[in-house]
Design a protein around this ligand. Structure first.
Ligand SMILES: Cc1cn([C@H]2C[C@H](O)[C@@H](COP(=O)(O)OP(=O)(O)O[C@H]3O[C@H](C)C(=O)[C@H](O)[C@H]3O)O2)c(=O)[nH]c1=O
Length: 187
């Protein structure tokens, strides 16, 4: 059964990125005088999310200060998770880093602005580290994960690592001690 009101109209647009497997999904908003309705996720249409479009966990974060960086986080295999990242309030510069050892774009990054306004999500397969910088105050993000949280399998890259050279838009306002402590990648 198609995931739409009887018709075959897709509820999402897809934008490709320079990193294979990393996709930007744009939610279509069906507006009327009251506001809009949009489908946030649809397993049938987004079956390429993770293993088979299955959602294992949904997380929600609030980041209060503009300029804060969270990341760059990942889980090691076999817990390497796909993430569907959306910003419902505020705006963030969302970044994924290719950490697939055999990838031709290994250690390359791609960034997108996600905001409540632009209705965009980053669909990130396993094999990427993820992080973001807030571009406004009080940013709320929702993450869909295709695998459960596995703290013993957590890893991270330093968001300020010169080897990654991520072009963060703002001065860094806040980072957790844990994120600051991630070692730089040796040359
Ligand atoms: C990720 C996660 C964390 N936690 C606990 C662990 C800590 O006690 C607390 C905060 O965790 P952390 O400081 O890792 O939160 P963030 O720095 O926002 O990390 C997240 O943001 C970056 C950008 C991501 O991409 C990851 O999804 C996620 O790591 O929540 C859980 O209980 N379940 C979870 O799935």
């Amino acid at each position: 059964m198609k995931c739409s009101l009887g018709g075959l109209m897709s509820r999402f647009s897809r934008l490709s990125t320079p990193l294979a497997g990393l996709t930007v999904i744009e939610r279509k908003q069906m507006g009327d005088e009251r506001g809009f309705f949009s489908r946030f996720f649809c397993r049938d249409e987004l079956r390429d999310f993770g293993a088979d479009g299955t959602i294992s966990q949904i997380n929600h974060t609030l980041t209060r200060a503009k300029g804060t960086i969270r990341g760059m986080h990942f889980q090691r295999p076999p817990h390497d998770e796909a993430k569907f990242v959306s910003c419902l309030a505020g705006a963030v510069f969302d970044v994924a880093v290719d950490i697939r050892p055999d990838s031709p774009t290994y250690l390359q990054w791609h960034g997108e602005i996600l905001s409540g306004e632009n209705a965009r999500s980053m669909m990130i397969p396993g094999g990427f580290a993820h992080g973001f910088q807030t571009l406004s105050e009080n940013c709320e993000l929702v993450y869909l994960h295709d695998k459960p949280y596995a703290p013993d399998a957590e890893g991270g890259l330093n968001p300020l690592d010169p080897r990654l050279a991520i072009s963060w838009p703002l001065e860094v306002a806040q980072m957790s001690e844990r994120d600051r402590a991630f070692a730089f990648i040796s040359a």
